[in-house]
Design a binder for this molecule. Structure first.
Ligand SMILES: [Zn+2]
Length: 462
């Protein structure tokens, strides 16, 4: 009887066991996320030490040692490592623990209460990026509990201050932080991926962020004679600044197609109608036609991925209507493509301004645009796991126009991808940094299994 039962179990259990195991970790993910969003890590001031302690308490219970590095009062990073056999370099799961401020009066629920209603979890950080942090944590715990044989170390890293100055990641990479361990990594997964759904809730693509633009903010300054507003000065500081800004406004920066952007366009073809579907098949070729190039240039959904951009965002000038100001200033939000030399771009801006009396000053410090190779085993693993769960849905490469901590890791030779299997409608996605930030519990559950599979397969393989 016993033997028979065992045989029966052998015959039927594996599939069932996998499913019921998935459920254990899906429940764990939802429970932990609900508690984690209740840890208020609004930055400023951050208080990420509380989040690090939250993670540490969970890891302690699992018997996984971790190190909390409080590098400034209340500011901390946390690192935990599951040791591999050393045949491959480490994989890092990196998540920032801080969140942007929330205005409670604008929310329908308290932003730090972890309210769960109608299958939706609300809270500041529910999207950016406490849900991803919990996916990292649950995958990490599952590797340990299921004794997955590891070819490489897998590290769980929580950082402070991503939303402001990257102080946490900078510290983590320093010798005083976790620099020695982190710098040996081959792969790093963090935020930045974007998956798009259609109106019916079906995914159109999973987007891995393998490249991001660099923010290179410029300041324009002019000074000159002041005077009475009733007696105009033709070449006043403000008039010259306005002329410079107008030249910048009219300037068309060159269109340039990076390989990852060409792939992103191609991957969208099945969902598009002519003429876009024809152009996107080979966007580099299509924009050789000036008429197509002009249309693409004006299309906000793609334009910023194909060129260096300049937005005029700040102008400081004047204090009274009847006083001609003597010094004025404007700021430009410039975003450069990977591969663009900032000095060369600065020279181009000065040429466009074409007025030596208007100073164009570069930023005191900035992060270069960065790009990771997509021809890697990790990318292929993401593709194959996603294909298993969502047959026919492409995994594409969505360059980010904003910045994530990947900007710090890529220059060290670490392949850094923004990847999350969370599926969000455009509205849910837009709730990050906004009001009623929220994520559907169903996608958290499903994502926890998908993310684990990606991590386990990557960790197993040398
Ligand atoms: Zn974030």
């Amino acid at each position: 009887m016993r033997a028979f039962a065992a045989l029966l179990a052998l015959a039927t259990l594996p599939a069932l066991a996998a499913d019921s195991q998935d459920k254990v970790y899906e429940d764990m993910a939802v429970d932990l996320l609900q508690r984690y969003v209740q840890v208020d890590t609004t930055n400023p001031p951050g208080n990420e030490l509380k989040a690090a302690q939250f993670y540490k308490a969970v890891l302690d219970k699992e018997g996984i040692p971790s190190e909390v590095d409080e590098f400034a009062p209340g500011r901390a990073n946390i690192l935990a490592t599951l040791k591999g056999n050393g045949s491959a370099r480490p994989l890092v799961l990196a998540n920032h623990m801080d969140v942007v401020p929330a205005e409670p009066a604008r929310w329908s629920v308290a932003p730090f209460a972890g309210v769960l209603k109608d299958g939706v979890l609300y809270g500041r950080g529910a999207v950016d990026m406490k849900s991803e942090g919990i996916l990292h944590l649950v995958a990490f715990i599952r590797l340990k509990r299921e004794n997955v044989p590891l070819a490489r170390d897998v590290m769980f890293l929580g950082t402070a201050d991503e939303e402001n100055d990257f102080l946490g990641a900078i510290r983590a990479l320093s010798p005083e932080g976790f620099g020695k361990q982190l710098r040996s990594a081959e792969y790093l997964i963090t935020e930045g991926g974007e998956n798009r759904l259609d109106a019916t809730g079906k995914p159109l693509y999973f987007g891995v962020q393998a490249a991001q633009k660099g923010a290179y903010w410029l300041t324009l300054k002019a000074s000159g004679r002041t005077g009475h507003g009733s007696r105009p000065i033709a070449d006043s500081a403000l008039n010259r600044l306005i002329r410079a800004l107008e030249r910048i406004r009219l300037w068309k920066t060159d269109l340039r197609v990076l390989p990852s952007v060409a792939k992103f366009c191609r991957d969208q073809v099945p969902q598009l109608r002519p003429p876009q579907s024809e152009w996107y098949q080979d966007i580099a070729k299509a924009i050789q036609d000036p008429a197509v190039a002009a249309k693409v240039y004006d299309d906000e959904s793609i334009s910023a991925l194909l060129r260096n951009t300049v937005s005029i965002t700040v102008v400081h000038a004047g204090t009274a209507t009847n006083v001609i100001p003597g010094s004025v200033e404007a700021q430009l939000d410039v975003r450069l493509l990977p591969g663009q030399d900032p000095q060369a771009f600065l020279a181009q801006v000065r040429k466009v301004v074409d007025d030596p009396t208007v100073e164009v000053a570069p930023p005191p410090h900035f992060y270069q645009a960065s790009e990771s190779n997509i021809d890697t085993p990790l990318f292929k693993t993401i593709e194959s796991v996603v294909r298993r769960h969502f047959p026919g849905i492409p995994v594409t490469t969505k360059m980010s126009t904003g910045a994530t901590e990947s900007a710090l890791y890529r220059p060290l030779g670490i392949v850094a991808y923004g990847f999350t299997p969370l599926l969000m409608t455009q509205e849910e996605d837009a709730s990050q940094h906004s009001d009623d930030e929220r994520v559907r519990v169903a996608t958290v559950r499903q994502a926890s299994s998908i993310f684990f599979e990606v991590v386990a397969e990557t960790a197993r393989k040398p």
